[in-house]
Design a protein around this ligand. Structure first.
Ligand code: CTP
Length: 397
């Protein structure tokens, strides 16, 4: 997902330093080149060798160590970074970074870098609430640094309160977002997303459904949450783990999805319907299990409401509405027709047959298609990257 990206990970001296090991491993698995800088104090908590082994890169600690190659280390690291993340960040580091103090490898690199800066503080509650720390955090924020603020919990000092390092997965996804150049540009926005497959019951045992895994819609919900939006996800059947921070409502049938969507749509600013909704449902749902007979069997189906169309009729022009279309032929033309008919702002078209697209995978090949037939094609990318492109286009509207 993050191939060709370099993350410079600063680790400062707090008990949560060991959690940065897991982060290093997650970043490596996502394909990033991770370069770790530790402060001296951090090395008291975790051995540099642990980071070196996981990152498969030398760990920088000392400004004045014997150079292994002819390069000025803090400058080369500063330039190499697509994202600079400091996890965990102590009050001391935050104070120095906010006030332009550069007295070790990490702070000089931060000063020298133009890369997006993500800071995940971890400290005792009183230190976090200290006006000095609060001012320093505000100062860094006004200069563009982003924070993943600490969670509440039991702290190493025995106190209970805010100060515990935020969830590592949340930090990881924020780094991923920044590596893909997505800002936290949706704060204050309400985003409604649908995902997964609907199930249309025949009897208490059987249903009609499709192959949707929900991965694309879940990726959109996650990306929108990371960009600061208040996200409601209406999910049919899917294979995805829950996304913390996203309000997920599970539904089963198209009718159930329609009810949940129409209930949540009123307050939404942006609506993205990635769900694969069944166009038909059995005319009759048998209350008891249908027993087999001698001959064949035919099913009578009736049309389901078209949720996207209903949204378009009600909210076109007042809310941003984005649909999806999975096609097997004449992708752009069919998607453009769908867009015009359902009055969406644009349709994300994906081919069922293209290499790297289709059901269940972690990648997609999308085109953004408007009702007037204009389209923009994108190469194969991770569903998370595709989600960010969709949100960037939605935010422009
Ligand atoms: N959609 C919906 N309600 C339905 C069917 C589809 O809201 N009953 C939405 C999907 O979530 C998707 C878009 O409409 O955003 C396109 O879905 P798709 O099934 O590809 O298009 P259809 O309009 O059903 O056209 P067809 O099946 O004929 O290709």
């Amino acid at each position: 997902m993050l191939k060709d990206k370099t993350v410079v990970l600063g680790v400062t001296g707090g008990i949560a330093a060991y959690k940065a090991l897991e982060l290093t491993s997650m970043l490596k698995k996502a394909g990033t080149d991770v370069k770790v800088i530790m402060t001296r104090a951090a090395t008291e908590f975790v051995a540099p060798l642990s980071f070196q082994s996981l990152s498969q890169n030398p760990v920088a600690v000392d400004m004045f160590e014997e150079p292994k190659a002819w390069e000025i280390r803090h400058i080369s690291l500063a330039k190499a970074a697509d994202v600079l993340a400091v996890v965990p960040a102590t009050a001391n580091f935050i104070g120095k970074a906010a006030n332009g103090i550069a007295d070790d490898m990490l702070t000089t690199t931060v000063m020298a870098s133009k890369a997006p800066l993500l800071i995940a503080p971890a400290m005792n509650t009183a230190m976090l609430e200290n006006p000095a720390t609060r001012e320093n955090i505000d100062k860094l924020k006004t200069r563009g640094a982003e924070f993943v603020m600490p969670a509440e919990g039991r702290l190493a000092c025995g106190d209970t309160g805010r100060g515990k390092l935020a969830d590592i997965e949340l930090i990881f996804w924020n780094i991923a977002r920044l590596a893909l150049k997505s800002k936290a540009d949706l704060s204050g926005k309400k985003v409604l997303v649908t995902a997964g497959a609907t199930r249309e019951a025949l009897d208490p045992v059987r249903f009609l459904t499709n192959h949707s895994s929900g991965k694309m819609g879940f990726a959109v919900a996650r990306a929108a949450m990371l960009r600061g939006a208040d996200v409601t996800l209406i999910a049919g059947a899917h294979t995805c783990p829950e996304v913390p921070g996203v309000n997920t409502i599970n539904v089963s049938s198209a009718l159930g999805m329609r009810e949940a969507v129409m209930g949540a749509a009123e307050s939404a600013d942006i609506i993205i319907t990635a769900a694969a909704v069944s166009d038909y449902r059995p005319a009759k749902v048998s209350e008891s299990k249908i027993k087999k007979g001698e001959g064949g069997m035919s099913l009578e189906l009736v049309r389901n409401p078209d949720i996207l169309k209903e949204l378009g009729e009600k909210y076109s022009g007042s809310k941003t509405i984005i649909g999806f279309a999975m096609e097997t032929e004449e992708i752009i033309k069919n998607a453009a027709d769908k867009c015009a008919e359902k009055r969406a702002d644009f349709i994300v078209a994906n081919s069922l047959t293209a290499e790297g697209a289709g059901f269940g995978g972690d990648t997609n090949v999308i085109s953004i298609v408007k009702g007037d037939g204009t389209a923009r094609d994108y190469p194969m990318m991770s569903k998370f990257e595709a989600a960010n492109i969709i949100l960037t286009e939605a935010a422009k509207l």
